[in-house]
Design a protein around this ligand. Structure first.
Ligand SMILES: [Zn+2]
Length: 149
């Protein structure tokens, strides 16, 4: 075997600790490791990582992608707007919910948007773009992404 696939990630055999890790670990990797640990907030690296993850997800439709987001406990996504050119997806209970606002008010859910971007680009077989437009951590009512088709 040369590389791991998403299916391999589900092969878990831990007798005592099971298949869960705490949200603070995910946040620590995301925010302290990637966001604060890489130059320029890890912008381009995070985009690359997210798209790669998105590509690896075994989803056949946007609905399946949204279900998987919830299954993975990233957040609870729902489509709030859709036309020919654009889809807006709000995410409730996002992993960032409850974090304090930083002095430099910035949105933090770029990786999750890049995951959607990778998954949807693969699904539609062309390059689409996903932009973070709202985030809990800057006082918005939920996190939201705008997808340009
Ligand atoms: Zn957010």
């Amino acid at each position: 075997m040369q590389n791991y696939t998403f299916e391999d990630m589900k092969q878990i055999d831990r007798s005592q600790l099971g298949n869960m890790v705490p949200l603070e670990l995910f946040r620590t990797i995301r925010l302290i490791g990637l966001n604060q640990g890489l130059p320029l907030g890890g912008k381009s690296t995070t985009a690359t990582i997210g798209r790669k993850i998105g590509h690896s997800l075994p989803v056949q439709s946007i609905e399946e992608l949204l279900e998987l987001f919830e299954e993975l406990k990233i957040g609870i996504p729902r489509i709030v707007y859709r036309d020919e050119q654009r889809i807006n997806i709000a995410v409730d209970d996002c992993f960032c919910k409850g974090l304090p606002t930083l002095e430099e008010e910035k949105m933090v859910c770029d990786l999750e948007g890049a995951i959607m971007e990778g998954a949807l680009s693969k699904l539609l077989d062309r390059r689409i773009t996903v932009r973070e437009i709202k985030c809990n951590v800057i006082g918005d009512e939920h996190c939201e992404y705008e997808i340009r088709l």
